[in-house]
Design a binder for this molecule. Sequence first.
Ligand code: ADP
Ligand code: TRP
Length: 326
Amino acid sequence: MKPKGKRVLSGIQPTGNLHLGNYFAMMKPMIEFQEENDLFCFIVNYHALTTVRDRNKLKKGVIEAAADFLSLGLNPEKAIFWVQSDVPEVLELTWVLSCLTPMGLLERCHSYKDKINKGITPNHGLFSYPVLMAADILLYQADVVPVGKDQKQHIEVTRDIAEKFNFTYGETFTLPEEFIDPDVAIVPGIDGQKMSKSYNNTIEIFLDEKTLRKKIMRIITDSTPVEEPKDPEKCNVFKLYKLFATEDEIKEMEKNYRNGGFGYAQAKELLFEKVNNYFKPYREKREELLKDRDRIYKILSEGAEKARYIANKTLRKVRKKVGILY
Ligand code: ADP
Ligand code: TRP
């Protein structure tokens, strides 16, 4: 169920060009929820430090992620929007929570295990990543956290840590719930696996027209000849088309697939038109915004000030409860 009158919070890593998976699972719902909720949205550059070593890349990632959100419609008059590191208090809470977090809880995290299986040499930051994420959420006493399915376990970990704190020191933290839209829980990439920066299968939101067309033409399909009927549910092009098209358009394409005489190249062309028309106005707005970076920094620093006020209220309580403030 869509939240109403709640404190809704989510963050995104500034690790490069944001893609359709990020957009449908997190950015779009966040922007929609700003209308009827208290919205907290931030760019998690401390989390990105677990993998990014290039300072210019990290800085560029932050300003671009900010421009992405603002051009897509995040309204700083309605939402609190900031950069995680502008409220470094989150690191103090991370430490307090770390001291309550069993190793086993983190050892069980899929996203950590997946990274190790991929051959990444883990650093301590990567291992304790979910504790920083828990601190992000609990510091602002969030009720609802919109994310993609891959982040569900991190919200469960957050609840476990919050319960442990509340049990040990007395009722302090709100227990957050994830918001996962089942229709976009896992957006497929051009190869049919989950769309992800780390799989090199993304369609980025802000590609120029030419590159967007090329990417869409590269979507992997099977080799059923044009004349033969095809199963839409097994096709990556159709799965992505469904995210943009109206119900009637979806039915029409479904019929074309099943009837035969409709090739994947035609389906890709229709998908391209949809994606391109959908993002075109945002693309133009983003270019405008990026010409005035000072304005973006100003929005982020005003957001940080508001976030910091709330963070400090929670942190004062926490310090008292654990015994580091008299
Ligand atoms: P990536 O996997 O590309 O590195 P992130 O981990 O930065 O993406 O994800 C940012 C947000 O977008 C998270 O809420 C995550 O769950 C969501 N997300 C990322 N990829 C997808 C996808 N393919 N389908 C649904 N949600 C996704
Ligand atoms: N771990 C999230 C991701 O990779 C990003 C994130 C960090 C986050 N802190 C958060 C998401 C707090 C929601 C709430 O996408």
